[in-house]
Design a protein around this ligand. Structure first.
Ligand code: 48F
Length: 258
């Protein structure tokens, strides 16, 4: 068989176009493919929900690649180990209840599990706005990340979903968009974005699961974004709370949907 460059190009464009059009309507749209967003996507897709994840960067994995200060190991506490096991991530018990993993294996295994469970991940696409109908967020407004970086004045496209998850990490970008465009109407104590507190692993990891909640009709928050919205501490390179938060948000949406 002789390879035809044009067939290769058409395969890419048509294959991508089919996927993109298909995922312009979904049950759940997730902003951010870090550990929390992918774990949420995995548990939702596993239960048959149509899930799409939009990731701004070229690579998924968010803040996991470099472990702590570029030492590419991740720490997980005992409570999150069953999730690591479910994704097939190998870990070593460092000392009672503290498990360490290779960050690259962790990301690639979680990503593989999420995609194989049926969630679709689009990389290089940024969520830049939300769609609103009658006080409920009904979808996301998307643009190529490269368009933003090049400061090109090009309008975005939209997709519709029944639920949105803000899993954008420290930036809590969807929550910020809501406050900026709709007002201080988040389901926090003040309606405003409360902002993350300084590092405290013990409290941060506990609060991140407690703070995994609905923050506006149709919008949930997961992972580090939860503590950023609700004023919890950051926790540094321990990642169990991210997986537990992703699993919790999936369960909340599944229960709501029943
Ligand atoms: O930052 P990130 O890994 O968030 P997470 O899943 O996990 C947090 C930890 O990595 C770490 C931590 C643990 O101590 O605090 O930071 O809560 O992943 C968030 C992903 O969202 C993408 C971003 O590139 C990253 O991969 N992202 C951020 N804003 C947008 C976005 C956006 N507007 N549109 C699309 N993707």
């Amino acid at each position: 068989m002789k390879l035809d460059d044009i067939v290769i190009s058409k395969a890419i464009v048509e294959g991508f176009y089919r996927d993109f059009v298909n995922y312009m309507e979904a049950d759940v749209a997730i902003s951010g493919a870090g550990p929390a967003g992918m774990t949420a996507g995995y548990y939702l897709a596993k239960e048959g929900k149509k899930v799409v994840i939009f990731e701004r960067k070229l690579a998924v994995g968010g803040g996991m690649w470099g472990g702590g200060m570029m030492y590419n190991k991740c720490v997980f506490q005992e409570a999150s180990k069953p999730i690591l096991d479910e994704f097939g991530v190998r870990c070593e018990e460092y000392q009672g209840g503290y498990f360490i993993t290779d960050s690259l294996e962790t990301i690639s295994s979680i990503c593989d599990g999420t995609i194989k469970a049926g969630a679709k991940i689009f990389n290089l696409i940024s969520v830049e706005d939300v769609m609103i109908r009658e006080e409920k967020v009904t979808g996301l407004v998307l643009n190529w990340s490269a368009i933003g970086e090049a400061h090109l004045h090009i309008d975005p496209l939209t997709m519709r979903s029944r639920y949105v998850i803000d899993a954008t990490g420290h930036g809590a970008e969807v929550a910020h968009i809501i406050v900026r465009k709709i007002g201080k109407k988040l389901l926090t104590s003040t309606g405003d974005f409360l902002g993350e507190r300084p590092m405290w692993a013990e409290v941060g990891e506990r609060m991140i699961v407690e703070n995994t909640k609905e923050i506006y009709p149709g919008v949930y928050v997961a992972g580090m974004a939860s503590n950023a919205v609700f004023g919890g501490p950051r926790m540094g390179p321990i990642f169990g709370g991210m997986l537990l938060s992703g699993k919790k948000v999936a369960k909340m949406i599944l229960q709501k949907n029943e």
